[in-house]
Design a protein around this ligand. Structure first.
Ligand code: ZN
Length: 257
């Protein structure tokens, strides 16, 4: 059975009760498959959640997670406690890390849209790295653009933050016109008739994405690009936040709803 993905519609959910439907071992180690999960295994540039499982009162640190055949394999260190299908498992994620990941990942989306669609530069986003250290979006350029006006990008980012465009998502068929019209990231090729999740900011192009996002662009206050560098013909534009990251970490601010 497929693992039900709870973070698609509830990105702020930080814990859920699940039933283990399968256990096994592969080259990454011992894993279990829950029937549903709030834990995001990473992907699309977004860092994996940090979290743990509580099974019969015992804590198990989640060491890795990966989707294989639409089932979420959650890896834990094997202990002497036997884990088997049918057991109830509470999945608990680090809420601060999740907020931070949603913020940084959403920022990657907005930066891509601003550069590609608003400024209409010959820079097509192909990859993101939305980790706190070294956040950037990588763009490919047919004409070999090797520099950008950071002030111009920052001005546009600020305008979009002020506009509070909503982040919305929906599941569509990979055969649908909506998916055809969406922006596709290089290397992403779903099966011919598959369900694909599209994420959209306001009126920008949709992206196929399985990550977690903030509610609207107003949550990205303080987002700024702060440099760029060319690598193998591609341009990496770096970004970061003023204050928002510290606010999330100290749990003092970042109320953007
Ligand atoms: Zn996304």
């Amino acid at each position: 059975m497929k693992t039900k993905i709870l973070y698609f519609d509830a990105p702020k959910l930080t814990q859920n009760n699940s039933i283990i439907v399968f256990t096994g071992t592969d080259e990454r180690g011992f894993y279990l498959i829950p029937n549903e999960s709030c834990f995001f295994p990473g992907g699309g540039g977004q860092e994996t959640d940090k979290g743990e499982l509580v099974i019969n009162g015992e804590f198990f640190n989640i060491t890795n997670a990966k989707f294989i055949d639409k089932q979420l394999r959650i890896y834990v260190d094997q202990t002497s406690t036997p884990l088997y299908p049918g057991l109830s498992a509470d999945i608990i994620i680090d809420p601060v890390k999740r907020s931070l990941n949603s913020l940084l990942h959403s920022a990657g989306h907005l930066l891509s849209s601003v550069v590609y669609e608003e400024l209409r530069l010959d820079l097509q986003p192909i990859k993101g790295f939305h980790f706190e250290a070294g956040s950037h979006v990588e763009f490919i350029s047919k004409s070999g653009i090797n520099q950008v006006d950071l002030n111009e990008i920052n001005y546009r980012l600020q305008q979009n933050v002020a506009a509070k465009h909503p982040f919305t998502s929906k599941i569509v068929s990979s055969k649908s016109k909506e998916y055809e019209d969406a922006f596709s990231i290089t290397g992403f090729s779903p099966e011919e008739d598959d369900a694909v999740r599209l994420v959209t900011i306001g009126g920008f192009l949709s992206y196929a994405c399985g990550g977690t996002h903030v509610e609207h662009t107003g949550c990205l206050e303080g987002l700024k690009v702060n440099g760029y560098k060319q690598k193998k013909g591609n341009l990496k534009i770096k970004y970061g936040f003023e204050k928002a990251v510290e606010g999330i970490k100290s749990n003092t601010s970042h109320n953007c709803s």
